[in-house]
Design a protein around this ligand. Structure first.
Ligand code: NDP
Length: 327
């Protein structure tokens, strides 16, 4: 028999955004259901040390933080479902979503917190050295490379911003870009070119991330000039891959307004999508900050926006209000 779950608030995704929405939604009495998705806990479950989440003086572990958030959400009344949504019908409320095992979820409000995944170059050595010198987030991990040589790969806004950010920690930052011009905004490029601590290597791709002996982690990048084929080695201890992200929005194409990069569009300063009753939070709608704390903050916003939406829906419309008053 097909299982049917009905809820006032369905949350898709169980990273900091989804779980923060769950905590706030549960505490508002909405008994939210969280569909955890294929990576319960989200991107932080693949991170090790976290030093920038407020409230923890000492280093904490990403997976531990997510376990605590989930336990807190469950403690206040959110229900976790180990499922992945494969179909969405937003044409009428309650919305109807289908899980990959066939379970049906009916909901009055939907909070989308499905996140985004960093794009990687796809090299085996890159995957091997993730967390040991190779990262996709300078804001998260730059601090661990204080005083060390680092490189950023990419030529968009993220790469340029990450290179500039890394100069807070390192006097030796190199950007490696596969073409001879950046696609980043001009103002960011100007800032970068003026900076004495940043070198640029054009027309070049990373052929290999080189590991040191034993547990040494990343020690160098093997590079290849795409025009001349010339190879070279760049000694670095940190390699930041900044070649874009995939927001997890495939399910919503044609159903909710997305921007040209595939991110959920929201009314600025809110979590409201163009579909009344559907809210978006976390990395699925944020291509600028992408931090656990900003995701948690927008998760809170989504729960509050959903709660307000339900209140507005449940309040009698003016004529009904008069009728109610006359009775
Ligand atoms: P982008 O898609 O804009 O840029 C990705 C960069 O990586 C490009 O330079 C691309 O090269 C390069 N690249 C892609 N694949 C590879 C590969 N396999 N090997 C080597 N290089 C590769 O991603 P961003 O993350 O920079 O930005 C995404 C969106 O977010 C953009 O709309 C951006 O404007 C926005 N953003 C805005 C910010 C802000 O307003 N402060 C901050 C960060 C992002 P090529 O140029 O040759 O295609």
């Amino acid at each position: 028999m097909t299982a049917v779950h009905s809820t006032r608030m369905l949350i898709l995704g169980s990273g900091p955004a989804g779980l923060s929405a769950a905590i706030y939604g549960a505490r508002a009495g909405l008994a939210p259901i969280v569909v955890q998705g294929i990576q319960p806990g989200g991107q932080l479950t693949t991170t090790t040390d976290v030093e920038n989440y407020p409230g923890f003086r000492h280093v904490i572990q990403g997976p531990w933080l997510m376990e605590e958030m989930q336990a807190q959400a469950e403690h206040v009344g959110a229900q976790m479902m180990w499922d992945t949504i494969v179909d969405v019908d937003l044409s009428q409320r309650p919305f109807k979503l289908t899980g990959d095992g066939g379970a049906i979820y009916m909901c009055d409000t939907l909070v989308i917190a499905t996140g985004a995944q960093a794009k990687w170059l796809g090299l085996e050595s890159e995957q091997k050295l993730r967390g040991q010198g190779v990262s996709a987030c300078a804001t998260c991990d730059g601090f661990f490379f204080r005083g060390k040589k680092v490189a950023v790969i990419g030529g968009g806004n993220t790469a340029v911003e990450e290179a500039l950010y890394l100069t807070n920690h390192s006097h030796d930052v190199t950007i490696i870009h596969r073409r001879d011009s950046f696609r980043a905004e001009k103002i960011l490029q100007e800032r970068l070119f003026k900076h004495h601590g940043i070198k640029v290597i054009w027309d070049t791709e990373v052929a290999e991330f080189v590991a040191g002996e034993g547990n040494e982690g990343l020690i160098a990048l093997d590079l290849r000039n795409v025009k001349t084929g010339e190879t070279s080695r760049l000694d670095v201890e940190g390699g930041f891959v900044a070649i874009g992200h995939h927001p997890a929005t495939e399910l919503f194409v044609g159903k909710i307004d997305l921007d040209r990069d595939g991110y959920m569009k929201v009314t600025p300063g809110t979590s409201l999508t163009n579909v009344p009753g559907v809210f978006a939070c976390g990395d699925v709608m944020d291509k600028i900050y992408r931090q656990a704390i900003t995701a948690a903050g927008t998760g809170c916003m989504a729960a509050l926006d959903a709660e307000r939406f339900l209140q507005e829906q449940d309040y009698p419309v003016p004529e009904d209000a008069e009728k109610v008053a006359a009775e």
